[in-house]
Design a protein around this ligand. Sequence first.
Ligand code: ATP
Length: 284
Amino acid sequence: METRGKILMERYELGRLLGKGTFGKVHYARNLESNQSVAIKMMDKQQALKVGLSEQIRREIRTMRLVAHKNIVQLHEVMATRNKIYFVMEYVKGGELFEKVEKRGKLTEGVAHKYFQQLISAVDYCHSRGVYHRDLKLENLLLDENENLKVSDFGLSALSESKRQDGLLHTTCGTPAYVAPEVISKIGYDGAKSDIWSCGVILFVLVAGYLPFRGPNLMEMYRKIQHGEFRCPSWFSRKLQKLLYKIMDPNPNTRISIQKIKESTWFRKGPEENRILKERDLNE
Ligand code: ATP
């Protein structure tokens, strides 16, 4: 059925397809009253019920409405018809950070530093409100028109939880490469600690251009994750390497906290090259 041009709930006019995820499509749309651009994630109700998204997701959506941060994709409202659930979100113009990394091969430490600071700012904000993402990965990071990072799906962790229970993460989503070791071992885990781990994997990918934990098969990848077995490429600065080993510590009890990440030299000052550039700017 042609979706484009369709009017939803007498409130939104649907536009082009922005992308497809595990739970359905995301379309551009326009609020007919305010003319505001939005993105609408459409989910099949049957599928939602199948993966048990009832009370939990309602609770999380309520929390989500209280979350407003410049680096988080804002959830405006949730609507439902007999067959579908619609998540109406802030429209983010600049595409996925994933695409940018793919195009460039990898980012400089300076550019990655900016995105990492914005990511940590968003994660810290949510954690302090008891909201966890549980599915942080490069594909969930969007860029706005000013090249600022926006984390999507924050607070919709019920979606990622059910994906895991369903085994969907291993099939539809392809790679569990961002998942913390304690999530793999299913020993029950702290949402904050596992989000921190995923932030480390993201930071590594930005600067390396490839994932830290890879293997010929899933078993091997899991083994490496569980042992925290990864190696930083030679172009990583020593300070960045030090920080990454503290973030991707397989023991969640000794893994660095968000507060300590924020206090680390690399986080506060960025890579050496940034500092030199800034000093040069000041002198000119
Ligand atoms: P999964 O659901 O499997 O985790 P995903 O996060 O990529 O995958 P969705 O969140 O459904 O899937 O999004 C699909 C695509 O739609 C995204 O990759 C992105 O390109 C686009 N998209 C999602 N949200 C927005 C938004 N708020 N603004 C603009 N584009 C968006």
